[in-house]
Structures are given as structure tokens and as C-alpha cells.
Design a protein around this ligand. Structure first.
Ligand code: SF4
Ligand code: SF4
Length: 304
């Protein structure tokens, strides 16, 4: 069993399913959506994040790095990616506190211990745990199954937030322990889907059909990205697919795009290619919601 990397364990989440939840973000995803607001969850490896604009060039971090990965060039610390082993030793040496490691290993016991700290909130609110990412179903499935089975046996309600791009065997394996699947549909056109996410959508849509046939509880999540998928015809296409395939869903959630993740690209030393995307307005989201209502879907949520 390989322990996956986790970037964050977010407490008091209210947008990832019923009640108050703890959301666990796994690191690594088979997709690379260019609007991704958690770019640190795309790579399966640990990463060093660094706020270059706040660096004073003092060089103190060099003392902490036995891998000799850091040098100061033009009064800014520069970390050689090929030499950095993401050990985190330099973090404590930085007086500006601008160095950060993304990705921590948790054993099943450690993760369950962390999750159970908020047991009282789950009980009071009807909440539970949501496994997200990155892509949770691209992680070590032995690890995932063990965690989920143990939590399920303790009576916790577990949601999976997935892009759906995984062999169906992975979904089938954890199906008995899942309360609700939060399932993304991003773009219906396979060519556009590949261009903007890195993969075609046929596996994703096939898995959704199969998941529905298995009788799973499904919430469809549609990230609405201005300039990418924010048209009435596109929403009609999604609604048509859901209706024609008789997808047994409990809710449709229209999630407006925000560029809140753009600063993270800077910290990862990556260019953000989504500067031209727009956040859709309230009225637009309402209009899109109406498309789904007219197609017979009545549980529509917008925002978040
Ligand atoms: S994380 Fe470790 S290897 Fe990387 S720069 Fe810092 S001290 Fe060096
Ligand atoms: S210790 Fe911090 S502020 Fe000083 S050079 Fe290193 S990263 Fe920059």
C-alpha cells in the first residue's frame, strides 16, 4: 500500500455535501484543467511553494538546505527544482515565512485520527467526510479502500468529489462505502474537453452512466467558466445528456468560476493561463438553472 500525498484537510466545509464536513484534498490528478483553482493538487509529487515578491534575498534559507538547492540571484531566492527534495528544512530558516511544502503523507491511522476530531460536528449537522483533490480515485486504491471501510464501519457518511476519469473498477471498489458522489461535468464536446483539461470526456461520461445504473446517489457539479462553457446551448446539451441517459441524480450544482487560485500558480512558479476567464453573474447562473428545470431537474443549487 502506498500512502498518497494530501495537500489539505479542510474543516467545517459546507459546500461539499450535506451538513458540516471535513474535506480531504489528495494530491495528483489525471486532468490538468487550465482554470484549476488548486493547481498544487495537479502533480502527484510534493512541491515547494514560494512567494517571490516577498523575498528579501537575505539568504538565510540556504543554511537550512543540505541539498544545496537554493541560491540568491538578483536579491531573490531561487530553488533548483531538480535538486529540491521537498524536505521542508528551509522553511524554519525563512524570517518572512514565505516557503511552504505542499503534500504530506498520512498513514490510515493518522488520517482517521485527524478526521475524527470533528466527530461531534458531523453528528450534530448530518455531515461527514468528503474525499476530494486533485482526484481521489487516482490514488492508491488499497489505501483509499482501507480508510473508507474503517470510517464506514464507524458510521461516518462519506462523499467522493470526483472528475470521473478513472477505471470503473476503482469506483466499484469503494461504492459500498460512499453516501454521495459529487460528479463533475465540465464540457460536453470531447475535443474542447481534451484541449482544456488534457483528457477526452468519454470515460467520464461512461462512468457516470454506469454509476447511475448502480443506483448511486449522485450530485452533478458543473463549474461554470465564463468564456469556456457558459452558454445556454451548452447547458442544454448537458441537460439533454442527463435526461436521455436517465441519470439518477439528486441535485445539480452550478459552481461559478473564481480566479482565486491564480496566486498559487505564481507560488508554484507556473504561468496562469486563465486570466481571460470570467466569473459568471447571478442572472446568468439563474438562466442556466432554468435550462435544467425545463428539462425536469428541480434540485438546482448555484454558487459556492
Ligand atoms: S525543501 Fe529541502 S531540499 Fe528543497 S529547498 Fe528547502 S531545504 Fe532544500
Ligand atoms: S530566507 Fe526567505 S526571505 Fe530570505 S532569501 Fe530565503 S526565501 Fe527569501
Amino acid at each position: 500500500m502506498n500512502r498518497p500525498l494530501i495537500t489539505d484537510i479542510q474543516k467545517y466545509s459546507i459546500h461539499d455535501g450535506e451538513g458540516i464536513r471535513t474535506t480531504v484534498f489528495f494530491k495528483g490528478c489525471p486532468l490538468s484543467c487550465i482554470w484549476c483553482h488548486n493547481p498544487e493538487t495537479q502533480s502527484f509529487s510534493g512541491q515547494l511553494l514560494f512567494q517571490a515578491e516577498r523575498c528579501t534575498g537575505c539568504g538565510s534559507c540556504i543554511k537550512g538546505c543540505s541539498s544545496k538547492a537554493i541560491s540568491v540571484i538578483d536579491k531573490i531566492a531561487v530553488t533548483e527544482e531538480g535538486h529540491c527534495i521537498q524536505c521542508g528544512a528551509c522553511l524554519d530558516y525563512c524570517p518572512q515565512n514565505i516557503r511552504e511544502i505542499s503534500g504530506t503523507y498520512y498513514s490510515p491511522d493518522e488520517l482517521i485520527y485527524e478526521i475524527e476530531k470533528d466527530k461531534a460536528f458531523y453528528e450534530q449537522s448530518g455531515g461527514g467526510i468528503t474525499f476530494s483533490g486533485g482526484e481521489v480515485l487516482a490514488q492508491d486504491m488499497d489505501y483509499l479502500e482501507e480508510i473508507m471501510k474503517r470510517l464506514y464501519q464507524k458510521g461516518y457518511r462519506i462523499n467522493i468529489d470526483t472528475c470521473g476519469h478513472t477505471p470503473f473498477a476503482n469506483i466499484k471498489r469503494i461504492l459500498p462505502y460512499v453516501n454521495t458522489f459529487l460528479y463533475d461535468i465540465k464540457i460536453m464536446d470531447p475535443v474542447q474537453h481534451k484541449k482544456l483539461t488534457g483528457v477526452e470526456n468519454s470515460l467520464i461520461l461512461n462512468n457516470l452512466r454506469q454509476l447511475s445504473r448502480e443506483g448511486a446517489a449522485i450530485w452533478i457539479r458543473i463549474p461554470v467558466i465564463g468564456g469556456v462553457n457558459d452558454t445556454i446551448p451548452h447547458m442544454e446539451e448537458i441537460a439533454g445528456f442527463l435526461r436521455e441517459e436517465s441519470i439518477s441524480l439528486k441535485q445539480i450544482h452550478l459552481l461559478p468560476y473564481h480566479n482565486t487560485g491564480s496566486s498559487k500558480y505564481k507560488r508554484l512558479n507556473r504561468a496562469y493561463k486563465g486570466e481571460h476567464f470570467r466569473t459568471p453573474g447571478k442572472k446568468e447562473l439563474e438562466d442556466f438553472g432554468e435550462v435544467f428545470r425545463e428539462s425536469g431537474f428541480h434540485e438546482i443549487m448555484t454558487g459556492g
